[in-house]
Write a protein that binds this ligand. Structure first.
Ligand code: APR
Ligand code: PHB
Length: 391
């Protein structure tokens, strides 16, 4: 098989890149290890920056997001038993975010690609990358007992943190940075109305909690748990009681509980691989970086990566220019590191760490008090939360 761009991974990065390339008249094939249902079964965050919304519109898949998504203009920080609203829209010069689940983004992208009759190879096994340091890279995979080869001009490694793309880069050409946090997030998805119309981020003596949502009838909640915690130790009732104990009296009274549709524990880490380009191989999304979910940046960074990459590849084919592909890694990493900083800062501010100590706890409380009473500090939170400009 021959194509212009071989994309490894049919998550949000791979599918959004494929759709943007299609709109630019560039041929691509997507190779995915899992089945479509497996990919759609992953429950992930759901807060879209305006830049991400604009890219979904550019990809021609924004209709349902605009129809069913929930525009949000603020968030609330809960600490010392009181909630403090951060006016995202007012502090960011009018920007907002859209609450719309990543599963729905992926579904919209999958359906658009299928509707155009474009090639996505699901359940591809033993994917390997070859000759990406030449101008004739190749991807090989097995399916139905047959080995297949895709020759291409470029490979996009959109295969996530555990993918094969980053693992195919010679280790002496890659530098990685990592921080693992000493706790996880126990999350529950349930068909119950959200406790509040905006997200609530809570810093409490029992640990962090987050009240989020997927729609007016489906809620997503998280509580911080020790990193060795096991999800099987948590009945639905135990989860609801723990969440309720971390809320203010009004929210605790308004909390509607119900059977969990999904319950899981996610570890928290910060991770960046540099650079993000190796000859004709480009890494994008979780294949290149991971953020703790506190700042809801994972999907948005994946989107901006593939926005840069699709523009660079369009420039290469349309104008025979290497300027975009040569600057891809530097442009992505400038935005990635600012989002890593914000996600680390917000995680450090809102969670209880085992080794904080009394002084550290007082500093955390002082920073929260300063944050909600300083326009300058709240503006900094707001402009990072709604998404910094593309560089
Ligand atoms: N071969 C083919 N496909 C693979 C391979 C492989 N060797 N390894 C992984 N994949 C697939 C996975 O099955 C998955 O569908 O690559 C896809 C990667 O998708 P994600 O992990 O969702 O990463 P990405 O598309 O970059 O999306 C980033 O997902 O994890 C969240 O918080 C993150 O919201 C962010 C978003
Ligand atoms: C979610 O809805 O899953 C969510 C929202 C905001 C976050 C993290 C997760 O910061």
């Amino acid at each position: 098989m021959r194509t212009q761009v071989a994309i490894i991974g049919a998550g949000p990065s791979g599918l959004l890149l494929a759709q943007l390339l299609y709109k630019a008249g560039i041929d691509a094939v997507v190779v995915e290890r899992q089945s479509p249902d497996y990919v759609l079964g992953r429950i992930r965050a759901g807060v879209l920056e305006q830049i991400t919304m604009d890219l979904l519109d550019q990809a021609g898949v924004g209709q349902r997001m605009h129809a069913e998504g929930l525009p949000h203009h603020g968030i609330e920080l809960l600490f010392k038993g009181a909630r403090h609203r951060i006016d995202l829209q007012g502090l960011s010069g009018g920007k907002q975010v859209m609450v719309y689940g990543q599963t729905e983004v992926t579904r919209d992208l999958m359906q658009a690609r299928a509707a155009e009759g474009l090639t996505t190879i699901y359940e591809a096994r033993d994917v390997t990358l070859h000759d990406f340091d030449s101008t004739n890279p190749k991807v090989r995979y097995t399916k139905d007992g047959q080995t297949h080869e895709i020759s291409c001009d470029f490979i996009a490694g959109c295969d996530g943190y555990h993918g094969v793309s980053r693992a195919s880069v010679p280790q002496d050409k890659l530098h990685t940075y990592e921080k693992v946090y000493p706790f996880g997030w126990l999350g529950v998805l349930a068909d119950v109305p959200p406790v509040s119309h905006e997200l609530i981020y809570a810093n409490t003596p029992r640990g962090f909690a987050l009240c989020s949502m997927r729609s007016a009838t489906r809620s997503r909640y998280y509580v911080q748990v020790p990193m060795e915690e096991k999800v099987e130790n948590w009945s639905d009732d135990a989860f609801w009681n723990e969440l309720r104990s971390r809320l203010d009296p009004e929210a605790a009274a308004n909390l509607v509980t119900g059977p969990s549709l999904e319950k899981s524990i996610a570890p928290l880490r910060s991770f960046v691989a540099e650079p993000m380009r190796f000859g004709r191989l480009f890494l994008a999304g979780d294949a290149a970086h991971i953020v703790p979910p506190t700042g809801a940046k994972g999907l948005n960074l994946a989107a901006s990566d593939v926005g840069y990459l699709s523009s660079a590849l369009a420039e290469f084919y349309r104008e025979k220019s290497d300027v975009g592909i040569d600057s891809y890694s530097e442009r992505c990493l400038r935005r990635v590191w600012k989002a890593e900083r914000f996600s680390w800062w917000f995680t450090s501010l809102m969670h209880r760490f085992p080794d904080t100590g009394e002084f550290g706890q007082k500093i955390q409380e002082a920073e929260l008090d300063y944050l909600v009473n300083s326009t300058a500090a709240s503006t900094s939170l707001a402009e990072n939360y709604v998404g910094l400009p593309l560089v």
